[in-house]
Ligand binder design. Structure first.
Ligand SMILES: Nc1ncnc2c1ncn2[C@@H]1O[C@H](COP(=O)(O)OP(=O)(O)OP(=O)(O)O)[C@@H](O)[C@H]1O
Ligand SMILES: [Mg+2]
Length: 259
């Protein structure tokens, strides 16, 4: 059955767009059909990250009734399908975010996996992504401020009756100043889907306008995104060790096996 996932965080800049692109391309690589939607209508980034900043038909046109859903779908060289939003400030101001709900319903007839990269914060824009989705994926960094905002996003999802599939912790470095994985798990009370390390390969992939799983398939971030995707698909995948010994100890204390 087709499913819409909204990728949200609360706090901005934690890695939602990077995560959406890499989960989407990883799912696609595993043979699942996917469409990535730039639901961050005020500050869209998907097109920029994937080298399609300006396209003739955007999500904005579809939401405004000026184009059909099919006309706004573009295929990236990786094979992943994307629906970019308009970079024009004027066009983003005209959009009624609530139309995302009907739009997502239509998309489910075209693809089985729809990933909506959402806006930061918990305002109308982010809320509309939640309402348009079947499940929510939360992205956070291992910092108190980001985790606190992630908790607010989870509470909002609960209020709206939307299940949270899990949390993806990005830019993990295993430093003592970071919040521990076990503290994050205790605070958020949702499954951990993935732990993505801080990795320069991410920035290099963005310069190359492609997903890190394609540009740097052997990088730690790429491996972690692939494992995260398999967990999203329901596989029981062990957690990887990013810092020898350190994460193993933490995961062990959670009762999670690592290799
Ligand atoms: N694992 C990582 N290692 C290193 N840098 C990363 C990693 N993940 C994301 N980044 C960097 O963090 C920055 C923010 O990432 P991204 O744009 O994906 O966040 P976002 O949550 O979508 O932001 P916004 O809230 O503005 O939409 C980018 O510069 C990106 O290159
Ligand atoms: Mg973003």
């Amino acid at each position: 059955m087709a499913k819409v996932y909204a990728i949200l965080s609360g706090k901005g800049g934690v890695g939602k767009t990077t995560t959406t692109i890499n989960l989407g391309t990883s799912l696609n690589k595993l043979g699942h059909d996917v469409i990535i939607v730039d639901g961050n209508l005020t500050t869209p980034n998907i097109g920029i990250h994937l080298g399609a900043p300006i396209v003739p038909t955007t999500l904005n046109h579809v939401l405004n009734g000026q184009a059909k859903v099919e006309d706004a779908i573009y295929e990236h060289e990786s094979g992943t399908k994307i629906i970019p939003a308009s970079l024009s400030l004027k066009e983003s101001e005209k959009v009624d975010y609530r139309k995302l709900i009907d739009f997502a319903r239509k998309l489910k007839k075209i693809s089985n996996n729809i990933l909506i990269d959402s806006a930061a914060g918990l305002g109308e824009e982010a809320k509309s992504s939640m309402l348009a989705s079947d499940e929510i994926i939360i992205v956070t960094n291992p910092e108190m401020s980001a985790v606190t905002d992630a908790l607010k996003a989870i509470k909002l999802a609960e209020e709206l009756g939307k299940p949270v599939t899990g949390v993806i912790i990005t830019r993990f470095q295993g430093k003592p100043v970071e919040m521990s994985i076990s503290n994050i798990k205790d605070m958020l009370e949702v499954p951990i889907l993935g732990i993505i390390p801080e990795d320069d390969a991410i920035k290099e992939s963005q310069v190359m306008k492609n997903a890190v799983i394609f540009t740097h398939p052997k990088s730690p971030a790429s491996k972690s995104y692939n494992l995260t995707t398999r967990r999203l698909l329901g596989e029981n995948v062990k957690f990887e060790v990013h810092k020898k010994g350190f994460l193993r100890k933490l995961l062990g204390s959670l009762g999670i096996q690592s290799y």
